[in-house]
Design a protein around this ligand. Structure first.
Ligand code: SF4
Length: 301
């Protein structure tokens, strides 16, 4: 049954080691006002809150939904209070915990900078390790650097309407992370016929062969649920960095790793030998329509 409007679910947003990227991403949600009016925001780093952060640090509040942004660092303090104490206190009472972004989910960028200390809330990359491993049942990972604002919007609406969220083995909602970033990319025909993008930012070509695109091995719905309702990285000619996966960040994000000109990683679930056979055949075709400019600037009416 939907929650009573008089008793809005109480939402608390805490931050670990973070760049604020997920906070800023969420502020770009097109229907932000409508969504946040359905909750009591008891504390948020930017949005109007009903309880001061000082009260939060004294553990004087209660929340129904805890959102944690950033990597977990056991030594991090806010207002002279260890964040780990706050996290454990509020996680205990919350019915739902959302690890927002790749740092909170798997450690992300900040784990890479301090691997001896930082991790996600229940994963260190794919290894179950972190302060909330025992809260697995109520924890939802929304990985991404940053997480798409619509992914958080979807999750909050599902919670609000008491709908079950089916999760994958990394605790991510299947509805959002079963697709690959490759699905829905407008460059799929170039991928099929192995036509490379000649540079970044062009309308033509696929970014898999030279620019390091991870779309065919990255679980995300970036080309299904578009950013700002209109676009995605690959649509503007930038490779997918695979930022929703536990091994993010990798090195050399803008180039494709190869061994003797053969891509080191091939699309998920495809045997490398089969991929190479298929790619060789596809490459032997020359399709003029795909090799030229989509829009010929020289052509006059
Ligand atoms: S640019 Fe990336 S996501 Fe798009 S078709 Fe090529 S490999 Fe797939």
């Amino acid at each position: 049954m939907p929650c009573d409007i008089e008793a809005k679910p109480r939402l608390l947003w805490l931050q670990g080691v973070t760049c604020n990227g997920n906070t800023h991403s969420f502020l770009n949600l097109p229907h932000l006002d409508e969504l946040i009016n359905k909750f009591e925001i008891i504390s948020h780093p930017i949005l109007e809150s009903t309880i001061s952060f000082e009260e939060i640090t004294k553990c004087k509040a209660e929340c129904d939904i805890l959102i944690f942004e950033g990597a977990y660092d056991p030594l991090l303090k806010r207002n002279d209070v260890l964040m780990s104490e706050l996290l454990h206190h509020y996680a205990l009472g919350a019915q739902h915990i959302i690890a927002l972004g790749s740092c909170a989910s798997f450690g992300g960028i900040f784990k890479a900078s301090a691997p001896e200390r930082n991790s996600g809330l229940m994963f260190n990359e794919t290894k179950e390790q972190g302060p909330l491993v025992s809260s697995k049942a109520k924890l939802i990972n929304l990985s991404g650097c940053p997480a798409h604002p619509e992914w958080l919007g979807y999750t909050l609406e599902m919670i609000l309407h008491e709908r079950a969220i089916k999760k994958d083995e990394l605790q991510r909602p299947r509805e959002l992370y079963s697709n690959l970033a490759h699905h829905g990319c407008t460059r799929n025909e170039y991928f099929e016929w192995k036509v490379d993008a000649k540079d970044f930012g062009l309308k033509e070509g696929c970014l898999f062969y030279g620019q390091g695109c991870r779309g065919p091995m990255t679980h995300s719905s970036c080309n299904k649920i578009l950013w700002n309702e209109v676009s995605s990285k690959t649509r503007v000619g930038t490779p997918c960095f695979g930022c929703t996966e536990p091994d993010f960040p990798r090195t050399n994000l803008f180039s494709t790793k190869t061994n003797m000109s053969i891509p080191q990683d091939v699309p998920l679930g495809v045997e490398k030998r089969n991929y190479l056979t298929m790619a060789g055949i596809a490459k032997s075709f020359h399709i003029e329509r795909l090799e030229g400019k989509l829009i010929d600037d020289e052509k006059t009416d």
